[in-house]
Design a protein around this ligand. Structure first.
Ligand SMILES: Nc1ncnc2c1ncn2[C@@H]1O[C@H](COP(=O)(O)OP(=O)(O)OP(=O)(O)O)[C@@H](O)[C@H]1O
Length: 346
């Protein structure tokens, strides 16, 4: 009986692949492709009797970051690539699953979730339980670099090495993959968020001006860089003067923003160099020919590829859609469940 019910549920359910990221959550529906990409932000009201009430999720909630009255908080449930607020992460997952299923209640999908490499057992359990409480029937986990490599169409099943660097919001993952397995991986807690913090710190120190997370992220995307630009650029920004308390605007340059990001950028370069040093010689030889593939939103930082090319003397390629490579890879695995056993983790 259980088997019959399960198989009926299976026919009605839509299996999902989810990249539960620090900055963005992306959802892939089997047979359909990527159907959702939203910031991993939830706005909650804290003054309700039974604890918290979810007011908005995704971009609606992100617009509220730093703009909420006292009883409303915009929370980012993921930190450094893992769940920091279990309750809110679960509410966010539930919301996204309902949205892609058009709120059909009966559906209990199989879900494959991309997680950072080097995630602890406790963190894995948190992700699994969160997905199960949000309605998943079965939960599989795949390491982000593996999903990224599959999403980037690298020949992961062959006995040749593929080096992938996934620069996300919370972590940067460097991995060498060969024969469907991760030969080397290293995850450092450096990514887009730390870059935004560095910009906030720089503006505060140099101009005595306070800016919010969203403004810092916008500055990074518009004029941030890792390598000198052929034509340096400027940007006008607004914030609050820390001394007078009055809102003001100033003009900042791409050079000063590059300098403020240098510590984070250098950590990424060092992580790549360490991975190259620790890769077995045969596989290192492959990397010389095939180069390194950059993915994740951080790969869009201007000139990061040029800087890595200079630092390593290797060919560097940025994938076409860095923000969706991981979910695309997890989705491909979902479409082909035979591969699933080989590349998912316990
Ligand atoms: N053009 C750009 N230049 C620099 N950074 C960018 C750009 N576009 C997006 N980003 C940054 O990329 C990050 C989001 O990338 P991504 O969605 O790959 O991360 P994530 O999967 O949410 O994080 P993690 O893998 O750490 O959990 C954000 O910090 C965002 O600011």
């Amino acid at each position: 009986m259980f088997k019959i019910v399960n198989s009926i549920l299976g026919t009605f359910s839509t299996d999902l692949a989810i990249d539960l990221g620090t900055a963005n959550t992306c959802v892939y529906v089997k047979g359909k492709g990527i159907v959702l990409s939203e910031p991993s932000v939830v706005a909650v009201r804290r003054d309700v009797r039974d604890g918290k009430k979810v007011l908005a999720v995704g971009s609606d909630a992100k617009r509220m970051l730093g703009r909420t009255p006292g009883n409303i908080v915009a929370v980012r449930p993921m930190k450094d690539g893992v769940i920091a607020d279990f309750e809110v992460a679960e509410a966010m997952l539930r919301h996204f699953i309902c949205r892609v299923h058009n709120s059909r209640k009966l559906v209990r999908p199989r879900i494959i979730v991309a997680v950072p490499s080097g995630i602890t057992q406790v963190e894995k359990r948190a992700v699994r339980e969160s997905a199960q409480s949000a309605g998943a029937r079965e939960v599989y986990l795949i390491e982000e670099p593996m999903a990224a490599a599959i999403g980037a169409n690298l020949p992961i099943t062959e006995p040749t090495s593929n080096m992938v660097v996934d620069i996300g919001g919370g972590t940067t993952e460097v991995a060498v993959i060969s024969l469907s397995g991760i030969v080397y991986s290293r995850s450092v807690k450096v990514g887009g968020d730390k870059m935004d913090e560095a910009i906030i710190h720089h503006v505060k120190r140099k101009y005595n001006m306070l800016i919010g997370e969203s403004t810092a992220e916008m500055i990074k995307m518009k004029i941030g860089s890792a390598y000198p630009l052929t034509e340096e650029i400027e940007m006008e920004i607004k914030g609050r003067n820390l001394v007078s308390g009055i809102p003001q605007h100033i003009t900042i340059t791409s050079e000063e923003i590059r300098k403020s990001l240098s510590e984070q950028v250098d950590s990424i370069v060092q992580a790549v160099k360490l991975a190259l040093e620790q890769t077995p010689p045969e596989l290192a030889a492959d990397i010389v020919d095939r180069g390194i593939v950059l993915t994740g939103g951080g790969a869009l930082l201007r000139g990061l590829d040029a800087l890595l090319r200079e630092a390593t003397d290797l060919p560097i390629t940025v994938v076409d859609e860095p923000l969706s490579t991981v979910v695309l890879g997890a989705g491909k695995v979902l479409e082909n469940l035979d591969v699933l056993k080989e590349v998912t983790i316990d």
